[in-house]
Each structure stands twice: as structure tokens, then as C-alpha cells.
Design a protein around this ligand. Sequence first.
Ligand code: NAG
Ligand code: NAG
Ligand code: NAG
Ligand code: NAG
Length: 444
Amino acid sequence: MRLLVQWLTLCLVASLGFTAPADHKEEHGKKDKKPGHELHHEAKLDRCAGIEFDAVITNEERVLYFFKGDHLFKGFRGKAELSNKTFPELDDHYHHGHVDAAFRMQSEHSPDHQDHQFFFLDNKVYSYHKNKLEDGYPKDISEVFPGIPDHLDAAVECPKPECPEDTVVFFKGHDIYHFDIKTKKVDEKEFKGMPNCTAAFRYMKHYYCLHGHQFSKFDPNTGEVNGTYPKETRGYFMRCPHFGNQSVEDHIETEKCSRVHLDAITSDDDGKIYAFRGDHFLRRTGDKFHSGTIESAFKEVHSEVDAVFSYEGHFYIIKDDQVFVYKVGEPHILLKGYPKPLKEVLGIEGPVDAAFTCSGQQTVHVIKGQTIYNVNLKATPPAPVKEGTLTTFKKIDTAMCGPKGVTLVIGNHYFNYPSSMIMLVGRILPPPQKVSQHLFGCDH
Ligand SMILES: *[C@@H]1O[C@H](CO)[C@@H](O)[C@H](O)[C@H]1NC(C)=O
Ligand SMILES: *[C@@H]1O[C@H](CO)[C@@H](O)[C@H](O)[C@H]1NC(C)=O
Ligand SMILES: *[C@@H]1O[C@H](CO)[C@@H](O)[C@H](O)[C@H]1NC(C)=O
Ligand SMILES: *[C@@H]1O[C@H](CO)[C@@H](O)[C@H](O)[C@H]1NC(C)=O
């Protein structure tokens, strides 16, 4: 019901002519079949208001696309855009206004379809490769996936060895179908205790079922759900300001496990790690975590920082072309005279991507695009020196330096280098590690 209210509010805000949710999914327990009503194309869908998505898929760069009606959201913070900008042909079928289900083919048993995106609309399936519709498509679902019903709710790929064979898992109401890609054999399964999914996707080798504006992580073979689910999709897969009522524990859990990219990270001399994302920060002291709003702890900064580094008992927070300096220790007090222009403090024009200091050194390394500068913090005026170029990555989200060396964070992964020197000359990519799991001890 809460969803319905939110949805209604959304629609009312979006189009004043809206009268009744004649064909609403919530009321009928299935997807709406009529066009236009709720997803008027001028509608400004707000993903942070709590949306029940129709389908989710990743692109070639592993960026998630979330579909709702004739719109899609790209990544964790993209705004609603018309799906037909990216997938024009789906329009031929948009007389019903939404995608039922979608998955991405990764199987080596289907070399012709490797990396293709499949979309399901009514009884048709569309196959896209690099945003181009494959010749001969759309086709009937019964032709390409014999034994799989029309009007699906969700679909997700499950490659070996996560499933015993390369498989696509299809969802329709409470019915689950395992489609063996190689043999085309269909196994009907029962996923006891799992909600009906409106969308399903695989991300970093985990499987997620979306239902309402929540999600559950599930085992693609058994439908088993471990741990405390459902959770709010907004908290983990969207960059949304704090919403609704979350307990302190839930909130820490959200910040630890969120897939949304970090803005900044730093570790102080005691080895405490501070991570910043949107309007929140997470502090790790050994195995203990604390989470809070930037507004409450670093009030002058409000939210959305670009880079943070620690130096001689102070946090330097860089936001756009300003630097805020706070004393480490609570409450965080802004030093007199700050914020100051970044140009004045470090001699560099903003915005920057990351900044870090290594313990015992009096220089800060600043990363802007692929360039790394070195600035002596004792020198006035500051004289940035170009230290080198990052060749392995086009852009990073943030970086820090600690007892284990330099850590570069890119999306959901991080890479450790023994030193910034080795990072600059090294041609070998260190093994990627997961931010949520290995840095913050989240269980997935
Ligand atoms: C895309 O969809 C919108 C609404 O669904 C429609 O008005 C527009 O003409 C479409 N654009 C193209 C290029 O098909
Ligand atoms: C799930 O789908 C089944 C149909 O397969 C339907 O009977 C049931 O009511 C649905 N459950 C919910 C919670 O919508
Ligand atoms: C749930 O836990 C069991 C036993 O620990 C494990 O085998 C299974 O893979 C887990 N499922 C998920 C979805 O994490
Ligand atoms: C938050 O929870 C409290 C108590 O559980 C409740 O009184 C309040 O209405 C809730 N607020 C929202 C926005 O849901």
C-alpha cells in the first residue's frame, strides 16, 4: 500500500491529468498492459521515491540499467531517460509500454550470442548486441526459448559454475523455469519462500530479485534467501539521500554493502578508515563501524565530497574548488579561515578525483583524471609537481594510503599497490578486491 501511495504521488506530480491507476500492477499483482497512463513520457520518474522496476540488465561495461515503463535509468545515479534512445526497436512493441524481463547472455555455449542483451515483451524476444538489434529479431519467445511462457516477469542468466550448467532462470508469478542454454532443456523449479520477482539480475556474481521497491539476494539454484532480506533497493543500488526509517544497524549495513561508488576514502594515523558516499560517511575502527550524515559530522561541507586526505591530525576535505580542514576527533571542528580555494591550498584547479597522503610524508598525491600530482604541504605557495600518469585506469573514484600501501578504488573494486611509485611504474594489475566485502566486511 505504501508503494501505491508513493506511486500515486509520483504520478500526480508527474502529470496533472492523472485520474485513476486503472491498470496498476499493485492492484492486479501483474504488470500493467496499457500504455501512456502512468508513464507519460514527460514524467520525471524519481528513482529515490521507491520504484518497482520492470527489468534490470547490465551493459558491456557492467553498468546496470533499470527499466520502468518506457524509461530507463543507467547506473546508480543516472536520471530517467526514454528507453527508445538506447533501444529504438523496443518501441515497435511499446503499445504496452514496458519491458517484461531482460537478461544478458554470457555463456560460452552460445558464442553467437555472447554478451547479447535479451529483452522480453509480451510473446516476443529482442536480442541486442552493442545497442544494435540482431538481424531477424524480434522473434517469438517460444521459438528461441522453447518451453518458456510468454508474459514473463523476470529473467536472469546463471553461468557455470554458479549453476551446474549455463542456464537462464525465468520467473513468471511463482513459477520458476531453468532453461539450459546448451540443450534447451527446461526444468521447472519451486523457489519456496521467495517473493514473486518483477525483475532479477546478476551483479558481481550475486543474484538479486526485485519486488516492490525492495530486493532479496537469492541462490539461483534453490531460491534460498539467507540473511535479513528484503532490503531497500534505493539504499544499495541507487545514490539516494537518506530515506525513511532505518535503524542505526540497518544504516551501517546499507553503507557497508551499498554498490554505489564511493566519493572519497581516507585512513587516519590510527588506522581508522573514513569512507564518504553521497550525504553519508562510514567510519571503520578495527571491526567496529559507525555511520552518519556528512551534514551532522562535517556540517560546513553538507554532502558530496570529491576527495579527502588526512595529514597531521587533520582531515582535508576537497569539494569542487574548495578545501575544508577539520581537526580529527569529535566533534569535527572546521579550522579558522576555511574553506579556502583549492588553488590557494594545493595549487591545483578543481575538481579532483582523489587525494592521499602516506604516513610520515609531508606530500599529498592528488589524482585528477589520469594525472597524479605531488604537492609538498609545507611549501608556500604550493608548488604541484606532476608525478606521473595512471595508465591502467581512465578514471578512479578515490584512493588512500595506509600500512598496506596505496589503495585505488574504482567502482565496486579496489586495487592495492605497495607504494605510489610501484603504482606508477607497475604494469601488472593487482588482483581486484571487492569494496563491500573486503574493505567493509559486508557478507556480499
Ligand atoms: C520514444 O518514445 C517516446 C514516448 O514513449 C515517443 O514520444 C518518441 O517519439 C520516441 N522516439 C523515437 C525516436 O522513437
Ligand atoms: C505470486 O504469483 C502467483 C502466481 O504464480 C500468485 O498466485 C500470487 O498471488 C503472487 N504473490 C504475490 C505476493 O503477488
Ligand atoms: C545460503 O547459505 C547456505 C549455507 O551456508 C549456502 O550454501 C547458500 O549458497 C547460501 N545462499 C545464498 C543465496 O547466499
Ligand atoms: C518512523 O518510525 C517511527 C516509529 O517507528 C514512526 O512513528 C514514524 O512515523 C516513521 N516515519 C516514517 C517517515 O515512516
